[in-house]
Unconditional design. Sequence first.
Length: 336
Amino acid sequence: MLKKSFFVIVFVLIFLLSGCGVKTKKVKDPFISIKEQLDKLESYTATAIVELYNNKIDNKFAVVQFYKKGKFRLEVLKESGSPDKIIVYDGKRSYVYFAKVNQVFVAENTEEIPLYSMITSFIKNYINSGGEIEKREMDKFYLITVPILDKNIFMYKEQMAFSKEDLTPKELTIFDINNEIFSKITYKYFKYNPEINDKLFTKDSVTTLAGNLLDSPVIEIDAKEVYKYCGINPVMPVYLPQGFKLLNVLVNVNKNNGVTFVYTSGGDLIEIFETVVDQNEIVNEKGFLLSEGVYYKEKDNGEKEYTTMVNGMQVKITVTGDLNEEEILKVIKSLR
């Protein structure tokens, strides 16, 4: 009996010792990864849709943002897509072009300039928060809340939502001293550390939109050039609603080299995503049949999505804004 107990004890000890040798793979804290990514941010581009709720007066506008190593450029657009104001900071001074008076001013008072909408403004408050940081996890986002350094009764603290997919900034909410929403900024088409031409940050560039300054295939795109990079021959709309212009072209290597064309007019956006899919693999969550071959559904965030097939490719058109169904069907019909 004693001998049997001895062997049982030895077996248990061996099991415990072998278990200690198994290393459990540690999953990296996503909030640490977010912090590391923000620390390494040297440049970015994004379109920010800014919503203001000050004094119960709703206001909404689009800001195209460029940032590079302390320099920045903001293009505040009217609904027509033309500039309302353009702000350029060259590292020493800020210059502001006001379209209403067609004049450039050296910025002394930046209260009416939406610098708070910049991702770097959040980073500054995050780094210097002195430990007053709240972190939460939601279904689709990681949330980080920090106090605003130069706080006032309208802008007291801010909360950034980061995508769980790639940890990029998606939405910034600014709260007043009563914890009511002062502003909500939604970031679209965010690019992390892209190459940006330095001439965008000069005084001489302040009266002209970036799209008219850069000799870039991103702005003046040819469908044949896209084919070289993604391996598919995308279709382009012959018809666009009045005021819409091509803002950006993206190739998503994680989604069968799908191509996204982004068109904008003020705060309204049309995003056309095209990819080659197997007919048997087409997702059934297309929504309901709107017209022949065109399906429609409204997404959780209020965006409208239209799905169809053109030249053997699946085309998804996502609309942000007040564009009506008739206009989008004209866009779909004109795809060539």
